[in-house]
Design a protein around this ligand. Structure first.
Ligand code: FAD
Length: 336
């Protein structure tokens, strides 16, 4: 296990914040993790597990232990005529995992191409894009429970997946399980999802296969989202809010063009980007943080933002949306 002291997290968060942690502990295998979970000193101070930090906002230096999994590798553990089951280490780069599946002709994750992060976090976050969610292909999640140090294998239903939500994100479980591996079930006879976000148009008259779908998704994403290697950001900062039908009906009278997606008979989802754009917040800044011009759901670091600047801007956006639409926006990003 590698333990570093007074360590910069600049390379471990996509907002590009040069914050420090008192300790940075990186475990390479399950034995290392078990050792860490038996260490009393570790539990005597604040600790937090990270992936690539693409959904995190550090408000300042971290006075404790930041933990990271370096468990890598992709192993085929089962195969039938129609499916393969792959067990991937939590520290495996997500997009490399998707590329591996696509290259081998295994479908299910191609619409999730180019999402930053690691395999372990994909199972916490239930990442989603272009009509697909990680939950649709997750078979098992292997995790250690911090309170007992015991390993538990979660089946898909036990992970309680919902839109950008899981058992691991619930308030009572948050930060209490460390994921070491995720088992994904991929299809050898892929069914393509092309009717989301212009994938069909992007492919045009070309052949539809896993590789062309992946390349179409990559091209669309690159045209819309800032590259975190060049401009600090954490993707969508807010979750799209769900509101009651009565609330929606009263807003519709004032904003007839407001887009909405029925969730069930009682609830409607409203795109947070539309709310932000129609509150005149596009391009708004606070310190070195700013609402991204091309996609108002994204907050960017203009180069010299602090975590506080980003949090202040997010708070101002929430206040404005609440005053104008009576809607509570919730950050998707985890504040540390
Ligand atoms: C440009 C950009 C575009 C994005 N687009 C999308 C998108 O289309 N769809 C989408 O869903 N998300 C998107 N995101 C958000 C982000 O990529 C995902 O949330 C991703 O899963 C985070 O992965 P990470 O490894 O960086 O995790 P981190 O941000 O480091 O951590 C996320 C959470 O997972 C927990 N965690 C990480 N590893 C483990 C582990 N091994 N065990 C237990 N807990 C762990 C952390 O404690 C934290 O709660 C985008 C982000 C950026 C910067």
């Amino acid at each position: 296990m590698q333990i570093k002291q007074n360590y910069s997290l600049l390379k471990h968060n996509t907002f590009g914040l040069d914050v420090k942690t008192k300790y940075f502990a990186e475990y390479a295998n399950e034995a290392d993790l078990q050792k860490l979970l038996r260490d009393e000193y570790f539990f005597s101070q604040p600790f937090w597990h990270i992936g690539q930090g693409s959904n995190l906002l550090f408000l300042g230096d971290f006075d404790g232990v930041i933990v990271h999994s370096a468990i890598q590798g992709i192993e085929k553990i089962k195969e039938t005529a129609g499916f393969v089951w792959l067990k991937a280490g939590a520290g495996t780069d997500w997009d490399s995992f998707v590329a591996h599946c696509v290259q081998n002709g295994w479908g299910g994750l191609e619409n999730l191409s180019l999402i930053p992060g690691e395999v372990g976090s994909s199972a916490v976050q239930n990442i989603g894009a272009y009509g697909a969610e990680a939950a649709g292909c997750i078979e098992e999640v292997h995790a250690y429970f911090l309170e007992t140090g015991e390993k538990k294998i979660f089946s898909n239903p036990e992970c309680e997946y919902a839109y950008r939500d899981s058992f691991f994100k619930k308030q009572e479980n948050r930060g209490k399980y460390y994921i070491t591996h995720v088992v994904y079930k991929l299809s050898k006879k892929p069914e393509y999802k092309l009717d989301y976000g212009n994938i069909r148009e992007q492919i045009g008259a070309g052949t539809v296969n896993l590789e062309t779908v992946r390349q179409a998704v990559i091209a669309i994403r690159k045209s819309k989202l800032p590259d975190p290697k060049k401009t600090g950001n954490a993707g969508s900062f807010f979750v799209n809010p769900c509101i009651g039908m009565e609330h929606y009906e009263s807003l519709k009278k004032r904003y007839p063009g407001m887009p909405h997606y029925p969730v069930n008979e009682k609830t409607v989802k409203i795109p947070a980007a539309w709310l932000i754009e129609h509150s005149g917040l596009k391009g708004k800044t606070a310190g070195g943080a700013s609402v991204y011009e091309k996609q108002p759901l994204v907050i960017i670091n203009q180069g010299n933002a602090s975590g506080r600047d980003i949090a202040d801007l997010a708070a101002e956006i929430c206040k404005t949306i609440k005053e104008k639409f009576f809607i509570d926006l919730q950050p998707e990003v985890n504040y540390i």
